[in-house]
Design a protein around this ligand. Structure first.
Ligand code: KIV
Length: 266
């Protein structure tokens, strides 16, 4: 099923109308096609590909070339979908020009519709520059997985008053810098709701409660692939277990001579 291609204005309108935005990660063509058929509003080609697909223990080893490879596959699977390319570790930290060129690769090579980057106050001038260069930006705030070695691990951000005030200001500053959407990861629900109400641009949460304008989840978490389920995720299927069982049955049937049968032979 094909759907009308969304733009940044679509998400602005969804916020105004109170219509929730659904985002999910995808890293390959068939999954992207399923997401498009299901009516998901945008797909994030997240650097979570590192853990979800590439066997790394965090996002740090993921490169721009990895991201472009997976983004192109997602675009082939979901030609009409609004795609978000996730700027990986060190792709935007070594200079403004390199950052713009890397963001441009998502747009030019993979036909993405915008980029997402993990943001602190440091990234404000860069967000301004990207938007000026015609690259729509989603500002990711709160828990920043690429910085957990500095921040001291995966934890909720914004519990203390000073931290909460900082996140509110950062979200507003990102909006002023031109970000068309703010993504909040692991932020207390009450704070995320307050930020969502204050911002004119839509917010998307992961572990940030129901008061955000939309939600994002990592596809392998919600499909039951992988053993660890974060508190903020819910399993909608058990594909890991189904895959294990199918492969066991295939193995047993080849070994016992049940497969291939006459119906599978020429
Ligand atoms: O890479 C990713 O999947 C993300 C989400 C957790 C928002 O950044």
């Amino acid at each position: 099923m094909s759907q009308k291609k969304a733009t940044v204005r679509t998400f602005q309108k969804m916020k105004k109308d109170g219509s929730k935005i659904v985002m999910v990660t995808a890293y390959d063509a068939p999954t992207a096609a399923f997401a498009q058929e299901a009516g998901v509003d945008m797909i994030l080609i997240g650097d979570s590909v590192g853990m979800a697909m590439l066997g790394y223990s965090d996002t740090i080893p993921v490169t721009m070339d990895d991201m472009i490879h997976h983004s192109k596959a997602v675009r082939r699977g979901a030609p009409d979908m609004f795609l978000v390319g996730d700027m990986p570790y060190l792709s935007y930290h070594t200079g403004m020009d390199t950052a713009i060129l890397n963001a441009g690769r998502f747009m030019q090579e993979a036909n993405c519709d915008c980029v997402k980057l993990e943001c602190s106050e440091e990234e404000l001038p860069l967000v301004r520059r990207m938007v000026a260069a015609g690259i729509p930006v989603i500002a990711h705030i709160g828990l920043l997985p690429q910085s957990v070695k500095v921040s001291g691990g995966y934890r909720v951000h914004g519990r203390e008053e000073a931290q909460a005030e900082r996140l509110m200001k950062l979200a507003l500053d990102m909006q002023d810098a031109g970000a068309f959407c703010v993504l909040m990861e692991c932020v207390p629900a009450a704070l995320a709701e307050k930020i969502s109400k204050k911002l004119a641009v839509p917010t998307i949460g992961i572990g940030a409660g129901a008061g955000c304008d939309g939600q994002v989840q990592v596809i392998t978490d919600i499909l039951g692939i992988g053993s660890f389920l974060p508190k903020h995720a819910k399993r909608y299927a058990e594909l890991g277990e189904a895959t294990r069982q199918a492969l066991k049955q295939y193995t047993d049937e080849v070994k016992s001579g049940v497969f291939p049968g006459p119906e599978n032979s020429f």
